[in-house]
Design a protein around this ligand. Structure first.
Ligand SMILES: Nc1nc2c(ncn2[C@@H]2O[C@H](COP(=O)(O)OP(=O)(O)OP(=O)(O)O)[C@@H](O)[C@H]2O)c(=O)[nH]1
Ligand SMILES: [Mg+2]
Length: 312
């Protein structure tokens, strides 16, 4: 049997190998993804993001355990855009999920930046699909921070959970713009600390200003992840969001939108590669660069001419 079929038959080793193939861009990756694709689209994909140290990993661990108690299988993709490590290297220090790794119903994988950030979000999305095809009911994507790369990463999710903590001070100002648009559910973690009410009020006020929430107002849940407090309520909110997406037809719309973006990205990538290969093979590219640089030619007509020649 090949990797895809072994994976579909339930092999954890095959699951791990499939992800490695995608991550390292092995030649086998395309074939694996083609075979797995028909089996995707079943999992509830949940993105978890928030500032460093907010308790995202602790929360993911507790959420995963609660979902397991409910009889669901769980996949976790821990993405660290700042780390060159992958395949489990970050797990040791950053994730406190050791018991979880003993559970056959849970599969954890960490990913760092081997290549470009753009590549990272695509590989994360493919890793999610692989876990989805393996039959995981819930898949978490945990990523640090609230910058553009994290926003791109959590685009692969149906539901985005933003984790905040009290005492961020002015940081909330910097964070709010980015997360407000992507947060479907908010968790105020470390609710055992001072400043919870204040943060809650600030968040509610920011949500009040957001016009886009006519039919879903992101709920704000308080948790103490390290004490396993508020986890069931948070899960209820995550499940509610999925129910809302389903009921309103938004799930289909979101997924169609995602499929469209993925197709466009793949076209762009393959076309780009094809064009670049042709340009570098033709040997005239360096001359054109010089001509443009010396103002003998303009870049606009050069690009048009080049593409005309290649795409005919
Ligand atoms: N007091 C308190 N501490 C917590 C809580 N949740 C997590 N912690 C602690 O906060 C620290 C950071 O937790 P992590 O789960 O590693 O946070 P993270 O957001 O995943 O961190 P990065 O992945 O490094 O960004 C750990 O020492 C946790 O034990 C909480 O609810 N209350
Ligand atoms: Mg973490």
């Amino acid at each position: 049997m090949d990797i895809a079929n072994e994976l579909l038959a339930g092999s954890r080793l095959a699951l791990s190998r499939a992800i490695t193939a995608v991550e390292n861009e092995y030649d086998t990756a395309v074939d694996i993804m083609q075979k797995l694709y028909p089996h995707t689209g079943r999992a509830h994909v949940i993105g978890i993001t928030g500032p460093p140290g907010a308790g995202k990993s602790t929360l993911t661990d507790k959420l995963a355990k609660e979902y397991r108690r409910q009889g669901k299988t769980v996949g976790i993709v821990a993405v660290d855009p700042t780390s060159p490590f992958s395949g489990g290297a970050i797990l040791g220090d950053r994730i406190r999920m050791n018991e979880l790794t003993l559970d056959e119903g849970v599969f954890i994988r960490s990913m760092g930046t081997r290549g470009s950030l753009g590549g990272l979000s695509r590989k994360t999305a493919e890793t999610v699909k692989i876990m989805d095809a393996s039959g995981k009911d819930v898949i978490f994507i945990e990523t640090v921070g609230v910058g553009q790369s994290e926003v791109d990463i959590v685009k692969a999710a149906d539901t985005t959970l933003v984790v905040l903590v009290p005492g961020l001070g002015d940081d909330i100002q910097a964070i709010k713009a980015g997360v407000l648009e992507i947060g479907d559910v908010f968790a105020i973690n470390k609710a055992d600390r001072d400043g919870v009410d204040r943060l809650n009020i600030e968040l509610e006020m920011m949500l009040d200003l957001n016009q886009d929430m006519v039919d879903w107002r992101p709920p704000i849940k308080r948790t103490v992840a390290s004490q396993n407090q508020g986890i069931e309520e948070l899960i209820a909110a995550l499940d509610d969001h999925l129910g809302h997406l389903d009921k309103t037809g938004k799930l289909a719309i979101r997924r169609t939108e995602r499929t469209k973006n993925e197709l466009l990205a793949m076209i762009e990538e393959q076309l780009g590669r094809y064009v670049l290969r042709n340009i570098s093979n033709s040997g005239q590219f360096e001359q054109l660069v010089t001509a443009v640089q010396q103002r003998q030619r303009d870049p606009y007509s050069v690009v048009t001419d080049l593409l005309k020649g290649i795409l005919k």
